[in-house]
Design a protein. Structure first.
Length: 244
């Protein structure tokens, strides 16, 4: 290996990195920066809707018990009921049903319809973001380099000639399994363009007693599940016909 060439390359790379990281002291507009990397769940099954409902019901229960002071006397707790959306989507219908089930499990008295002491309202918004650059996942160049070093037949950089084909295959499979294990948390495919905001509120006499807000990714192919059905056509007008 030519060490002087490698040393010069490393020095050049460090200088280039330092130069690209610098900003001018003044700018006509604010410089766009990234938020710290976070994760966000992607809804891909009805079971995920159930998980959402469990979390919402738990948060609503905790907030209302503290607000209403009915933790030690469940019979004193007020009644709850959902205000049904005008044209609920399949997701909204399923989520309201699942939240109702979880609230009943928590001991709440949930009415089938209004009026009730406390009104629950579900608000769902689907938003599309067009700009979806590469995400914050990182592929280790060192890990890839180690794999190439093991599998290469170059005497200068590898040990292929000392490793049997079977052992090499096992090494490759083990590396693949390890990679899948470590990245199983991340959803496959590109970053979805559509994100779903789910808000549930507990309201009494125009005052919020509890409120939860969550944001999720959804697949483009599943958008119809989260979209309200089209409004029905108005009934045709019937005009009386009179003879001449």
């Amino acid at each position: 290996m030519n060490r002087p060439i490698v040393s010069r390359a490393l020095i050049f790379g460090a200088i280039a990195l330092g130069a690209t990281a610098c900003m001018t002291p003044y700018s006509e507009v604010p410089v766009a920066t990234n938020f710290p990397t976070t994760t966000q769940e992607k809804l891909q099954s009805a079971h995920h809707w159930q998980v959402i409902a469990e979390g919402i019901a738990a948060q609503i229960t905790q907030a209302l018990q503290q607000e209403q002071g009915c933790r030690t006397a469940p019979l004193a707790c007020p009644t709850l009921a959902f205000a049904s959306p005008d044209r609920p989507s399949p997701f909204e219908r399923a989520l309201i049903a699942a939240i109702t089930t979880e609230l009943v499990r928590h001991g709440w008295k949930v009415r089938t319809e209004l009026p009730a002491d406390i009104t629950l309202r579900l608000d769902v918004q689907a938003n599309r973001f067009r700009n979806r650059p590469a995400d914050g996942k990182f592929t280790s160049a060192a890990a890839l380099g180690a794999g190439l070093w093991v599998l290469s037949d170059d005497k200068n950089i590898g040990v292929w000639e000392h490793v049997s084909p079977g052992a090499s295959a096992l090494v490759g499979l083990a590396a693949t399994d390890l990679w899948r294990w470590q990245t199983s948390q991340f959803a496959q495919g590109p970053t979805p363009e559509v994100e779903l905001m789910v808000n549930v509120s507990a309201v009494r006499e125009g005052v919020y007693l509890a409120r939860t807000s969550e944001v999720f990714y959804i697949a483009e192919s599943d958008l119809a599940l989260y979209t309200p059905p089209p409004a029905p056509y108005p009934a045709p007008m019937v005009l009386p016909v009179r003879g001449s």
